[in-house]
Design a binder for this molecule. Structure first.
Ligand code: HXC
Length: 283
């Protein structure tokens, strides 16, 4: 499936593609033949990533500085993305998040998270979609969610709200734009540690190696695993997948919801006692 020409000559734009999971997806797409453009707020970060990729793959990587909170700036970004040829694939990866007690958030803090994660994603999707529809071109939009889109998240409420909105956008436009050959899909990653997220979102007293292990597989996700799923979903192999959000979390969500999930720590002795209790009173 992951033949080296899987994404050959596909034009891809990844928002927030200079660092973290956006960068990991960009690397995988380049390995599979894509033409890559990345955007973000910090030009130096984008330039360093582009240089690294160009050295590794010998192909140009375009960069564009943008703050997704501003719709006009996003429109200018799309002008660049469609300048030489139509964009094929948009990856909505950029997001912002604070971990905080919700009642302490200022209105501006809420606006910041919603502005980047929800509004920025919608601006980018509409700007690409309008261009695809006007030209009669096909397109694919892949948006990155989190489990919070489905089950919410204490201490990250604006982020959860924004991601839930992106999920609703994915499902809604999958139906509205499907007839126009525009496909929308999403990925909901569990714990994939990146330097940025670990630094800002993981409390100090979480021991190294412990973060991301609260799932049945007992380990965090590898960026390459996310890259493979993203490559599959934007490729023609997934041409009939539309409006779907794929969870890649090692089963974390299911474990968190299960009544008996915490019983994994029971000893043999405790299990024996449970068995006796479960048998109840006998004649
Ligand atoms: C509470 C905070 C805060 C914090 C900032 N603010 N940090 N409030 N807790 N930790 C408030 C500020 O006081 C200010 O409000 C307002 O938010 C805007 O802050 P600025 O610093 O001016 O904003 P800005 O420079 O635009 O940068 C904000 C940012 C930045 C974009 C979020 O922190 C950033 O670049 N983060 C990296 C991107 C990121 O977050 N990636 C992680 C995505 S992970 P006042 O009222 O004081 O002016 C992810 C996983 C989701 O999405 C998991 C969900 C469960």
């Amino acid at each position: 499936m992951f033949a080296p020409d899987l994404l050959k000559s596909r034009s891809v734009l990844i928002t927030g593609g200079g660092t973290g999971l956006g960068k990991a997806m960009g690397r995988r797409f380049l390995e599979l033949g894509a033409e890559l453009m990345i955007c973000g707020r910090r030009e130096a970060v984008l330039a360093a990533t582009a240089q690294e990729f160009e050295a590794a793959f010998g192909r140009p990587v375009r960069i564009h500085r943008v703050d997704l909170r501003h719709a006009e700036a996003v429109d200018a970004l799309m002008d660049m993305a469609f300048r030489d040829r139509p964009l094929d694939i948009l990856v909505n990866n950029a997001a912002a998040n604070f971990v905080a007690r919700t009642e302490t958030l200022s209105n501006r803090a809420v606006d910041t998270i919603l502005g980047i994660t929800l509004h920025g994603t919608v601006y980018a999707t509409l700007a690409a979609g309008r261009r695809w529809i006007a030209a009669g071109n096909a397109g694919t939009v892949l948006s990155i969610l989190t489990g919070a889109a489905f089950h919410g998240s204490p201490y990250a409420v604006p982020s959860a709200m924004a991601k839930a909105g992106v999920l609703a956008m994915t499902r809604s436009l999958a139906v509205e734009w499907g007839p126009k050959r525009i496909r929308l899909v999403a990925i909901s990653p569990g714990n994939f540690p990146t330097p940025g997220a670990s630094e800002r979102l993981v409390p100090d007293d979480v021991r190294p190696g412990e973060y991301g292990t609260n799932n049945p597989l007992g380990r965090p996700g590898q960026p390459e695993e996310l890259g493979d799923l993203a490559a599959f979903l934007v490729s023609d192999h997934a041409a009939y997948i539309n409006g779907e959000a794929v969870i890649i979390d090692g089963g974390r969500w299911l474990k968190g919801a299960g009544t008996f999930s915490a019983l994994e720590r029971l000893s043999e002795e405790q299990w024996a006692r449970m068995r006796e209790r479960g048998r109840g009173e006998r004649e």
